[in-house]
Design a binder for this molecule. Structure first.
Ligand code: MRU
Length: 356
């Protein structure tokens, strides 16, 4: 996507010096910094510390992690794979991407194994871009229809960041938004700040600023009121893992937005690339993160440096659960690269047919 006139992806392999590059998302929105991942451990750190985050992007990064492990001569690849999966347990893309690279490597070794791992990681990235583009094509139909039925901008509410920073490019939930904007549809996006890590106010807002799309950042508690007062036409969110039953696991707080949308008859759609579907299980490991993400907050201080300050009293306990599960019955539809399907076992099964 566009950053001040230059096109960037969120991860790429630089052929000139044979290195893996990422945008350090812990520095956004205040500093745009590109860093190199040169070792397996740096890759694990980048995923765990959320220098890269978002389900499709951590999958793509993990695929490069296996390549870097091979390059360093790490022979216990199963162990490396387990370490990578443990960095962020909820998004199924991590397992999906790693298993794809490991299957591709098969019995290959040495340079051949490295070449296969790199080529597979690069294919995962290319496919992610085309899948997100297709999600945009399918999802824009919903926005077009809403635009045709009203005067003024279509008001879209989104939670967390499911934009291009969460994928390799284009995004999932924001792909239809970008597509609609390119088509000239009048839009406005309500951006949930998404405490505790503020992916909405720091990353989604930054993306929308860079693409020039009108938006307003709101506190996480505001969406219900906006829906009750007819100020939201559609909710669009992403997913870290959608189970074969159609239940959607996404950033904590998504469920509350789905409840409010249901109560106010606001369409609630989830953008789901097939790489984030768990075809086999309905039990989802929910990540719990460091309580400091709740007790403290990070931002730019008056000296222009990133800083962290304490919010809660010493002695208060905190609980930091990363994701929640929205039952399929609250979801109007799943926007996938294959089209829009119902968030039900039948809907998911119809997608599986297309992958055979
Ligand atoms: O903890 P994060 O920032 O990795 O969580 C990201 C989300 O919850 C996104 O909505 C999800 O990964 C879908 S991204 C296309």
């Amino acid at each position: 996507m566009n950053v001040d006139g230059e096109h960037f992806r969120s991860i790429w392999f630089d052929e000139s010096d044979q290195s893996v590059r990422i945008i350090d998302q812990t520095r956004l929105p205040h500093f745009f910094e590109i860093i190199e991942l040169s070792t397996f451990q740096e890759t694990c750190h980048a995923i765990h510390s959320m220098q890269v985050r978002g389900a499709p992007l951590i999958g793509a990064t993990a695929a490069f992690g296996i390549y870097l492990a091979l390059q360093e001569g790490i022979t216990e690849l199963d162990d490396a794979a387990r370490q990578l999966i443990a960095t962020r347990p909820t998004a199924v893309n991590l397992q999906w991407a790693i298993s794809r690279v490991m299957t591709a490597i098969g019995n290959a070794s040495g340079d051949a194994a490295q070449d296969i791992a790199l080529a597979t990681a690069q294919s995962i990235c290319e496919e992610d871009v085309s899948n997100c583009t297709a999600i945009g094509e399918h999802g824009v139909v919903l926005i077009r229809e809403l635009a045709g039925n009203k005067q003024g901008p279509v008001n879209i509410l989104t939670h967390c960041n499911a934009g291009w920073l969460a994928t390799v490019d284009r995004g999932t939930a924001l792909a239809p938004v970008y597509r609609a904007w390119e088509e000239g549809i009048e839009l406005h996006v309500w951006v949930d700040e998404t405490r505790p890590r503020n992916q909405g106010s720091s990353l989604t807002a930054w993306e929308l600023v860079k693409q020039g799309i009108p938006h307003t950042v709101i506190s996480d508690n505001t969406g219900g009121h906006l829906m009750q007062t007819q100020q939201v036409d559609i909710c669009l969110v992403g997913s870290d893992r959608t189970t074969f039953r159609g239940n959607v696991c996404n950033k904590i707080g998504t469920y509350l937005k789905a409840l409010a949308a249901h109560d106010n008859e606001v369409p609630f759609y989830v953008a789901v690339p097939l790489s984030s579907i768990d075809w086999d299980a309905d039990n989802i490991p929910i990540e719990e993160r460091d309580n400091e993400e709740i007790t403290r907050i990070r931002g730019l201080n008056d000296q222009g440096e990133l800083d962290s300050v304490r919010l809660t009293p010493e002695g208060s306990a905190a609980l930091n659960i990363g994701f929640d599960i929205t039952p399929g019955k609250l979801v109007s539809g799943l926007i996938t690269e294959k089209g829009i399907v119902a968030a039900t076992e039948e809907g998911i099964a119809s997608l599986r047919e297309t992958t055979k």
